[in-house]
Design a binder for this molecule. Structure first.
Ligand SMILES: Cc1ncc(COP(=O)(O)O)c(C=O)c1O
Length: 394
């Protein structure tokens, strides 16, 4: 069996967009289906937190804790990274004239959440403009440092950026913030399953991520790590029974996040199957998976840049397993291709069976395309994309 056969992706499409919603392997979906059957055979036993659910959630917590190297007691579950970011922002003690620092590479939904809480508190959102293309991590740090003021209370920073696929220097951001008494919320939506994580060493104030992207868990599940001394402050987006439940044996932090009203816990409970599956794909386990996907995307980016006759926009050390390539003016303008750029994503999908995002970066009008490489992707897929791009732009 080839690795790609573990997924049920449509064979007629070259799927180069794992980054958007992930893709779930067959074995993981089978496990989820078994759990759903179990749930519906005996709903109370399965779902009542004091019966089977809590011990099962705690097992999953152990899996995540091992993967991200953090104490299980500091890890709550959320439905997705947007949920985790909103929970932290919604709970943050923001006052009038305080500032939240975000970046232009931040995920739009999460940056919107920052704007929402700032507006309610009479606070301000300040945007650090990280260039793209860029030379090194120094460009990121300069952009952030330039926008920190005495009123900055929180920095919302992506570990791996969505539009540009950059691994940002979150260690450096956290060190800098600590010297200035600023808290840091890391949006790590893409990080687990793409790069190794050690949250104990990183020591962010808050870190949230998805299980349904690079860990290939079923949609929808994710986690929120919060430092112990901040946990009493952080409340879920949905207030439920946990708010006044007896918490003598379990922190209110876990109690509140463990139950946000009736929900389907099977995406969460399937996570250990997904992690075990990824661990067995290559002899050296996850580290080999990360390395393989990284090398594939670096190679893919080079082949595409060659086809577009453009330079790579950042060094390959800043990449995990996603990369974006700017479609330069030369590409967009040549032979009436301005219109072609605006409709490129549709053309690639409908006429060539290639699925990947093509989008405009911020207000700059700069067009980009983004490729993702997971274990099921093969060189022939990005080589075909490069051929098609070459054909469309010449
Ligand atoms: C950096 C980043 N943050 C947050 C999200 C939101 O993920 P979700 O929709 O699963 O909450 C994404 C989704 O692509 C993302 O790339």
């Amino acid at each position: 069996m080839q690795i790609r056969d573990h997924w049920q992706l449509n064979p007629d499409i070259d799927f180069l967009n794992h980054g958007s919603f992930g893709a779930c392997p067959r074995i993981v979906l089978q496990k989820q289906q078994e759990l759903l059957t179990e749930l519906e055979q005996d709903p109370i036993k399965f779902l009542a937190p004091e019966r089977d659910l809590l011990p099962k959630l705690d097992q999953v917590r152990q899996t995540i804790a091992g993967l991200v190297k953090a104490p299980a007691s500091d890890i709550a579950f959320v439905r997705n990274a947007t949920d985790g970011v909103n929970a932290v922002l919604g709970s943050f003690p923001l006052k009038q004239n305080d500032e939240i620092l975000i970046t232009n590479h931040g995920y739009n939904a999460c940056n919107n959440a920052a704007r929402h809480v700032a507006e309610k508190a009479g606070a301000k959102v300040v945007v650090a403009d990280i260039p793209f293309p860029l030379t090194s991590e120094t460009d990121v740090m300069v952009a952030i440092e330039n926008k920190i003021t005495s009123r900055t209370r929180l920095i919302l920073i992506d570990h791996v950026t969505s539009p540009t696929g950059l691994i940002l220097p979150v260690e450096q951001v956290i060190s800098l913030a600590r010297t200035k008494n600023i808290r840091v919320l890391v949006d790590g939506a893409h990080a687990p399953g793409m790069i190794p994580l050690n949250l104990t060493a990183l020591a962010p104030d808050y870190y949230t991520a998805n299980h349904h992207k690079w860990l290939c868990g079923p949609k929808t599940s994710g986690f929120l790590f919060v430092q112990p001394e901040l946990q009493t402050q952080v409340r879920p987006n949905v207030i439920s029974h946990g708010a006044n439940q007896d918490c003598s044996n379990r922190s209110r932090f876990l109690t509140e996040f463990d139950w946000i009203g009736t929900y389907d816990p099977t995406p969460l409970l399937t996570l250990p199957t997904a992690v075990a599956f990824l661990e067995t794909l290559y002899p050296a386990g996850l580290s080999q998976l990360y390395q393989r996907n990284h090398e594939s995307v670096v190679r893919a980016r080079q082949v595409i840049c060659d086809a577009l006759q453009t330079d790579v926009p950042c060094n390959s050390e800043m990449l995990g397993s996603m990369a974006s390539v700017p479609l330069h003016a030369k590409t967009s303008r040549s032979a009436g291709h301005t219109l072609a750029t605006a409709t490129l994503q549709r053309t690639l999908y409908q006429e060539h069976g290639l699925e990947l995002p093509v989008f405009q970066l911020w207000d700059s009008g700069q067009w980009c395309l983004r490729i993702s490489m997971h274990a099921y992707n093969q060189a022939c897929q990005f080589e075909r994309l490069a051929c098609v791009l070459n054909h469309l732009t010449n």
